[in-house]
Design a protein around this ligand. Structure first.
Ligand SMILES: [Fe+2]
Ligand SMILES: [Fe+2]
Length: 353
């Protein structure tokens, strides 16, 4: 028998005993596809139009109730490049997920808790509320409300139809195989009407007895005041007047795994090009513009959502000469930083939008 045949026989024997020799030709050929200088990702750039999101959510609002069989009326933004073990599209990026939720007047979305972190960013409608650990947060457009892991939460609406973004780090938690989820005993957690400390937790003077950031609300009025206050300054060359929603206890990222940001592109502003190995999901909260991702133009307007995959060159431009454009975003940079893996490069010489 030739050496080649002997090696093949050895490989078969090893495979049957759950071994693999690194000399296996098929293995090192497939490994070579992964061992590249630049990171590779299955996440694809994708743009979801608000017209579609609103149309389908309102249609679902007529057809789908919150009757216990369906916990939430949410429209999930699925990346066309990502498939799970079942072969199904399942998340917005490989680490984070964004959905848009509609809650109609008179509806209650039952309480539950899970170990993936979540936030709500309110897009349209006001007066509904979310209850986190018994505390009631009234939702208004532009508010960001944090729902830390393992906090009980449910939503209620006795005002007008409301739509918000749900951001979650569940794809990461799922891939770590540590996911836990449980319903609240009794369906909807009681509201502690006397406990209203959320509005005082994000300022510079903080309660001394709280050692960790609990449920929080970053009110739009204050966020917008900060954006406007800084609009005459330099800003970030890659993101314009960009803010991060920081953890008020340690000044760190919004969550240990994901971060939320808001950026204003001033009228006519065009950013420089860069890339990083964190992925970002954007939502156009105000205005319109274009984002170029690896040379391809993605034109967005109010309400649209889009993904910039990791390591893609990208830049943004506000196409209006008169109106500001505001992008809300979420990314997985904190997770990469925690693992000492974060990388960023400026695209010197790259053409602007
Ligand atoms: Fe939840
Ligand atoms: Fe970026």
């Amino acid at each position: 028998m030739s050496d080649r045949n002997l090696i093949q026989e050895l490989d078969r024997e090893l495979e049957a005993k759950n071994f693999q020799g690194l000399w296996n030709e098929a293995l090192w050929k497939s490994d070579a596809k992964l061992m590249t200088k630049d990171p590779k990702t299955a996440v694809l750039p994708c743009l979801w139009k608000w017209n579609d999101i609103e149309h389908y959510l309102r249609q679902a609002g007529e057809l789908v109730g919150l009757d216990g069989k369906v916990e939430r009326r949410t429209l999930r933004l699925l990346n066309p490049g990502l498939k799970d073990l079942r072969g199904q599209k399942h998340a917005t990026t490989h680490t984070v997920h964004m959905s848009v939720q509609l809650l109609k007047p008179g509806e209650l979305a039952s309480s539950h808790r899970h170990n993936f972190g979540a936030f709500r960013f309110i897009v349209e409608g006001r007066g509904a509320y979310t209850v986190v650990e018994g505390e009631k947060f009234v939702m208004e457009p532009g508010d960001l409300i944090l729902n830390p892991p393992m906090t009980w939460h449910g939503h209620g609406n006795d005002a007008e139809p409301i739509m918000w973004l749900d951001g979650l780090d569940y794809p990461l938690i799922l891939s770590l195989q540590v996911l836990t989820w449980e319903p609240f005993p009794g369906d909807f957690q009681p509201i502690k009407e006397s406990f209203k400390s959320a509005a005082y937790r994000v300022g510079m003077a903080r309660p001394v007895w709280e050692k960790a950031a609990g449920p929080l609300a970053y009110k739009w009025e204050e966020t917008y005041r900060t954006l406007k206050g800084l609009e005459g300054g330099e800003g970030s060359p890659f993101d314009g007047v960009a803010l991060e929603y920081v953890n008020p206890v340690d000044g760190g990222h919004t969550f240990p795994t994901m971060s939320c940001g808001i950026q204003m592109l001033r009228p006519g502003e065009a950013t420089q090009t860069h890339r990083h190995n964190s992925s970002t999901v954007y939502h156009a909260f105000r205005g319109s513009g274009v984002t170029v991702i690896d040379g391809k133009r993605y034109e967005w307007e109010k309400g649209d959502c889009f993904v910039v995959p990791l390591w893609s060159w990208h830049s943004h431009q506000n196409q209006s000469k008169k109106e500001e454009a505001i992008l809300f975003s979420m990314n997985d940079r904190p997770m990469l930083e925690a693992l000492k893996l974060y990388r960023e490069e400026a695209g010197e010489g790259m053409p602007k939008v």
